[in-house]
Design a protein around this ligand. Structure first.
Ligand SMILES: [Zn+2]
Length: 375
């Protein structure tokens, strides 16, 4: 198995790889060490496990993978969509989005109606799920947490990476084929725990195709920026694959309204890419998007707490605020006001903390606004 992982890593998208079956079956589905979508049966949704890394002691971190292959001819002519969720292990609303999409396209795929390929990863970071937190726990040096969404495209251990680097390296190279298996991507997130926010997309409009992708989501807000280095989104974009990060409300709460909005976005996207031939067959005009309730923002200003204590803010996501407006207080344990909070900018509330406990230096509020004529 080590040998096949290494071989897959070396191939890394330079040459069309080969799906490496380890011979193991886990919970009824084959284990692979590398994926080549050409080896996946056409007109079928297949389920695999890929071991992205091995924990201290040698147990594998298996990641579940859906692959929906369309018709044989569409392997090369159709689009290759990646849907990934929960790289942050406590950000869960993307999980049912991936599950629902694959459940709903069953008949379309079986009847030969899928034009292209969809790779779905409902739970990218089971280690984070276990730890009930966003990051990936590494046992070395008595243990520390790593943000897998800042380490893409990863680094192999042979090249100096630690386990978290190697985990991302395996996903990037052996699952996504270093872009050979993917040409458009959506990475599904939620807010951090204790924070509330709307349905929004991070999008780097500099790469052609990203604006269209973000607009098809019809989110409440499109935050236009060049992204965070090492994130899934930014790494795709850096490899000329249009991608967005989609934020689907608060962490650890099923928000069915926003989950459904994200799900419907994927169907619009598939239609726009002519992936669902049952919908796109008779369409000559582009898919119509409704941006009447979408605000495009270029700037973000964060309010940071200057005191540790107990915070109270009377704000809801998407609310308009004016710079200097009083929006809340931080109290000490006696109930004395330590700090009066004011809006740090004029704009819309993107995210606001609802966790009453606050630590000095923590970001508690994000305001977005438009400082250019992009809209
Ligand atoms: Zn996240």
């Amino acid at each position: 198995m080590m040998k096949s992982i290494f071989a897959g890593a070396l191939m890394g998208g330079l040459v069309l790889g080969q799906t490496n079956f380890t011979g193991d079956i886990l919970h009824g589905y084959p284990v692979i060490s590398a994926l080549d979508i050409a080896d996946v049966p056409a007109n079928t949704i297949s389920r695999y496990w890929i071991s992205a890394a091995q924990a201290q002691g040698g147990l594998d971190y298996f990641v579940p993978v859906f692959v929906a292959r369309g018709t044989n001819s569409s392997l090369t002519t159709g689009r290759k969509l990646s849907l990934s969720a929960s790289i942050h292990g406590d950000e869960l609303n993307g999980i049912p989005v991936v599950q629902r999409v694959f459940a709903s396209i069953n008949e379309t795929v079986a009847s030969g109606g899928l034009n292209g390929t969809i790779i779905g990863v409902p739970t990218m970071n089971p280690n984070g799920n276990i730890h009930n937190q966003p990051n990936f726990y590494t046992s070395s040096d008595n243990g520390y947490y790593n943000n897998l969404n800042r380490l893409m495209p990863g680094t192999s251990v042979e090249e100096g990476g630690d386990l978290a680097d190697a985990y991302d390296f395996t996903i990037w190279n052996n699952l996504w084929g270093n872009t050979s298996n993917v040409d458009i991507a959506v990475d599904l997130h939620t807010l951090s725990i204790g924070s509330n926010g709307p349905f929004w997309a991070y999008a780097d409009f500099a790469l052609p195709g990203v604006q269209r992708l973000a607009e098809l989501a019809q989110p409440d807000i499109i935050k236009i920026d060049s992204g965070e280095p090492g994130s899934v989104e930014t790494t795709w974009v850096g490899h000329n694959v249009p991608a967005i990060t989609l934020e689907i409300g608060p962490a650890k709460i099923w928000n069915r309204t926003l989950i459904t909005r994200a799900e419907n976005f994927i169907y619009r996207l598939m239609d726009d890419l002519y992936m669902d031939t049952t919908k796109a067959a008779n369409r000559t005009d582009p898919v119509v998007v409704d941006l009447s309730a979408t605000y495009k923002a270029t700037n973000l200003t964060k309010l940071r707490a200057m005191h540790s204590g107990w915070i109270e803010m009377d704000l809801t996501p998407l609310q308009d605020v004016t710079e200097g407006e009083v929006i809340g207080n931080i109290y000490n344990s006696w109930g004395d006001v330590l700090e009066e909070l004011t809006a740090p900018a004029t704009g819309k509330v993107l995210t606001v903390n609802f966790d009453p406990a606050v630590e000095k230096g923590a970001g508690v509020l994000d305001i977005v606004y438009n400082a250019t004529s992009t809209e």
